[in-house]
Design a binder for this molecule. Structure first.
Ligand SMILES: Cc1ncc(COP(=O)(O)O)c(C=O)c1O
Length: 465
């Protein structure tokens, strides 16, 4: 087969030898990491505290957790720069599905490091960008061949949504309004901070988009909550005829608290959107790869109703995937950086590992991860109903309400979990919920059991405090 000079570099025997040596060193060092929480090394404590202070000074605000990774990890286990070891079940809020120190991701990064540049974008695209774009479009088309045609890469989830919004506004100009579900999170760019339904996140930010909100599904009242949502949607559409360009929807509400709807609910909403010529934009920045299908819209069986989808986090490089009819005019989208070569190679590999590794379907690994967590959470809830309540999320997005959703107790639990060696994060408000996003490509059943044991012990400590 014809080869480029770069192919010859990649296959140079010295490169292969160095790769094998590096992989052996990584395996040895990550293998030496204990698979249980470890306290900090006292000799590193002063330097660590100083780094945290410098970080707070550099960014103008302290970090949420006093977390600075050392650079070494072993799957779900991570070493911090103070020498402590923790079980990472939040993975950067879903950004590191391979956990820490993954051999295959390391290999992808080595290939990228041999490349001529660090970043790709606008005038500097290498084949990685093409292959990843094609893979995402092919995955989006799995249940509906030919539905999606194009993919525009970018570096953040908010920017993927921003690009989607621009495409859809342009396609329906001069429409200037958007629709969204209450409590949604879409990112924090100027535009997206007006879509995100959290006034505290846009204090002092001039209005960029007019958004009308529709209440989300309530599992306690499936029919009446669906009817109510449709009524509210219809009222918005009637009040501003022809002015809505799109409905942006998280099918699993992430920051909003790990709530989800049903096919019937989403059909009722999105079919009305279609009737009124409003495009549907699925924001899958958090749900991508984590339900029982690659995309949550496939999980809910509504591929036929989605016009644009955005992905991020787990995909490493974020993207806006859209239909031919929404292909924007020249000049609307362009970016100096769309992703680093390492992120592009890793993202492509992650998506492939999800499909090849049996993560999807009713009997797939994502469903099994959920079922194992559910067993633990239901067992704890049965013994202590005031400690833990559902709903419990979907697939490898695990959520629960601790202590009736009391914000103070939930905050105390989160901090104590951190101290006890388990990383999670909060979600939603009134009630405040907790969530886990375990590194789904590598997490073992034993690690889920270990996390549940830490959680149960810590719930007891907080309840007794
Ligand atoms: C559903 C959803 N959309 C958009 C975003 C924004 O992504 P980013 O933080 O990469 O800009 C997030 C981030 O949490 C998200 O969960």
């Amino acid at each position: 087969m014809a080869q480029t000079r770069f192919d010859r570099l990649r296959n140079d025997p010295r490169v292969n030898e160095a790769r094998a040596l590096l992989q052996a060193a990584l395996a040895e060092h990550r293998g030496a990491l204990p698979a249980e929480p470890q306290a900090a090394d006292p000799s590193l404590a002063a330097g660590y505290a100083a780094m945290l202070e410098r970080f707070a000074s550099a960014r103008g605000r302290g970090l949420f957790f006093p977390y600075l990774g050392s650079g070494l990890g072993n799957g779900a286990w991570v070493e911090l720069a103070d020498g402590s070891v923790k079980l990472d079940f939040i993975s950067g809020i879903g950004a590191h599905p391979y956990g820490h120190g993954d051999a295959e991701v390391f290999d992808a990064a080595l290939d990228a490091a041999l490349g001529d540049t660090i970043m790709q974008g606008n005038l500097q695209q290498n084949p990685e960008s093409l292959l990843f774009s094609e893979r995402l479009v092919a995955e989006a088309n799995r249940d509906a061949p030919g539905r999606f045609s194009h993919c525009f890469l970018t570096t953040t989830g908010a920017m993927a949504n921003e690009n989607a919004a621009k495409i859809l506004f342009q396609a329906k100009a001069p429409a200037n309004r958007a629709l969204a579900f209450s409590h949604c999170f879409a990112g924090r760019t100027l535009g997206m901070s007006w879509v995100t339904d959290k006034p505290g996140y846009r204090v002092g930010v001039p209005k960029a988009v007019d958004v009308d909100y529709v209440p989300f599904y309530d599992p306690e009242k499936p029919e009446s909550s669906t009817r109510h949502a449709v009524t509210v949607l219809r009222r918005h559409l009637d009040r501003y005829p022809g002015q809505h360009a799109f409905f942006i929807a998280e099918l699993v509400q992430g920051e909003g608290g790990y709530y989800t709807g049903t096919e019937a609910f989403f059909r009722a909403i999105f079919e009305l959107c279609r009737e009124r010529g409003v495009a549907v934009l699925a924001d899958e920045v958090q749900s991508f790869g984590r339900t029982e299908s690659m995309f949550a819209f496939q999980h809910f069986g509504i591929s036929d109703l989605i016009d644009v989808v955005t992905v991020g986090k787990l995909s490493q490089v974020c993207a806006t995937i859209f239909r031919a009819e929404h292909n924007p005019g020249a000049g609307l989208l362009s970016q100096t950086f769309t992703g680093s070569s390492a992120a592009l190679r890793a993202g492509d590999q992650i998506v492939r590992r999800l499909t090849d590794g049996g993560h999807f379907g009713k009997d797939g690994r994502n469903a099994a991860i959920h079922a194992r967590f559910l067993d633990h959470l239901e067992r704890i809830a049965a013994a202590h109903p005031e400690w833990v309540q559902g709903p419990y999320g979907v697939g490898a997005m695990i959520g629960f309400t601790p202590f009736g959703g009391d914000a103070k107790m939930a905050g105390a639990l989160l901090r104590k979990l951190y101290d006890n060696g388990l990383l999670g994060f909060n979600a939603g408000a009134q009630p405040t919920r907790l969530r886990f996003l375990p590194p789904l490509l590598v997490v073992s059943d034993a690690e889920i059991d270990a996390a549940a044991a830490i959680l149960e012990r810590t719930l007891g400590e907080v309840a007794g405090a």
